[in-house]
Design a protein around this ligand. Structure first.
Ligand SMILES: Cc1ncc(COP(=O)(O)O)c(C=O)c1O
Length: 381
């Protein structure tokens, strides 16, 4: 079974590069692996993929059940009505919206539309790795610039690498895995200084958890009127639909058409379109999920503080913290306690990422934390 996103992406990569040259028995075997459903009843507490531990909402669940009757039909559709709905919510034109099988597909489309041999992706380190994987598949160079000591994107450092041939910058805000913000005004002035031919993706997967502040404003809600800016969002987080796969991009109509050429045929399933529409309508549930996350995050920080541990300030539905011990060892300790926490991010070798779960799951997490075989003072700041 493929247990990690990285492993799954590696598998996808292997399939892409080997392509039709692969002898059919191997192809058949890897397809079988790729399509094996994840075991949800294996007893593990899942604090590893930044999902909504509560969702989807009861109304959305009902829509999922009632729309499954059409599952025998291919979804050969453009879903204009859903693009219109998403456009309406975001105050943009339907032509500015592109749907994808998760925002991961949007990132793939962007990589293949704007990258290729002789071009560069500029990204932070550490950050969400999907686009790096696709950039490498497209034979692009990847430049990773370490986050600042405050865990913001080092925009000056990124700018120093940008030239006319550097065509795509990836900014994840709030950033995965650090849950940290890069100030809005800094991103704005960074974009203004970039060469005219450089496109910027702003990944707002965790937008709903960031709140409104002087530090943060979405580039969909407060657009820059700049054709080079592509914003991505997902239904996998606050809406609780990670298993059904839907994400979208908002960009200029011209850029949307450029990316759409690389879409997979019929990749948007008929059930998720109904579920996503219901999730957008269920504004009370969304507000409730945001509030629960705020409470769960606060409780996490209370528990951490009681142990004199200081996590990175979180603006998302997960938390990263320094354990001052090899992350792999800490991850393994939790696995032995039937708890899956985030994967190892080599750029932060002693940090671990914990997705917020339900209260009882978080109690289990802290019980396991308290049995880590390290002297207490060695994990404190
Ligand atoms: C920052 C970020 N972007 C994109 C994604 C991909 O989300 P999805 O493909 O489920 O929409 C994730 C998933 O964890 C993420 O953390």
């Amino acid at each position: 079974m493929i247990t990690s996103r990285r492993g799954f992406l590696r598998l996808l990569g292997a399939g892409t590069t080997a392509g039709i040259a692969m002898p059919w028995p191997i192809m058949a075997a890897s397809r079988a692996i790729a399509f094996e459903p994840p075991a949800q009843d294996d007893g593990f507490i899942r604090l590893n993929n930044n999902e909504n531990a509560y969702g989807p909402s009861p109304k959305v669940e009902e829509v999922i059940r009632s729309s499954s009757a059409g599952a025998n039909r291919y979804p050969f559709r453009e879903y204009r009505w859903l693009r219109e709905k998403i456009a309406g919510v975001n105050h943009v034109k339907p032509e500015q919206v592109l749907l994808g099988c998760g925002s991961t597909e949007i990132l793939r489309m962007a990589a293949f539309a704007f990258l290729g041999r002789g071009k560069q992706l500029i990204q932070a380190s550490p950050t969400f790795e999907a686009i790096e994987h696709y950039a490498r598949s497209a034979e692009s160079e990847v430049v990773s610039v370490r986050l600042t000591p405050a865990f913001a994107h080092d925009l000056d450092g990124m700018l120093a690498h940008a030239s006319a041939s550097n065509t795509l910058v990836y900014i994840c805000n709030p950033n995965n895995p650090t849950a940290s913000l890069t100030p809005r005004k800094d991103i704005e002035s960074f974009i203004r200084k970039l060469p005219g031919s450089t496109f910027v993706i702003i990944d707002e997967a965790y937008h709903h958890y960031a709140g409104q502040s002087g530090m943060y404003a979405s580039f969909i809600d407060r657009p820059l009127d700049d054709e080079r800016v592509i914003v991505t969002r997902t239904f996998s987080k606050v809406y609780g639909l990670a298993g059904l796969r839907l994400g979208y991009a908002v960009a200029s109509p011209k850029v949307i058409l450029q990316m759409q050429k690389f879409a997979t045929e019929a990749s948007i399933n008929a059930i998720v379109t109904q579920a996503a529409a219901a999730a957008l309508d269920d504004v009370d549930a969304t507000a409730d999920f945001i509030q629960r996350n705020t409470n769960d995050r606060q409780e996490f920080f209370n528990q951490a503080m009681a142990r004199a541990v200081k996590p990175i300030d979180s603006h998302a539905n997960f938390v990263m913290m320094n354990t001052f011990h090899p992350a792999e060892e800490v991850i393994e300790h939790f696995r032995k306690n039937n708890i899956l926490i985030g994967r190892h991010f080599p750029a932060l070798d002693t940090h671990v990422r914990i997705s917020l779960g339900r209260p009882e799951e978080m109690s289990a997490f802290w019980r396991a934390w308290d049995t880590l075989p390290y002297p207490k003072h060695s994990m404190q700041h």
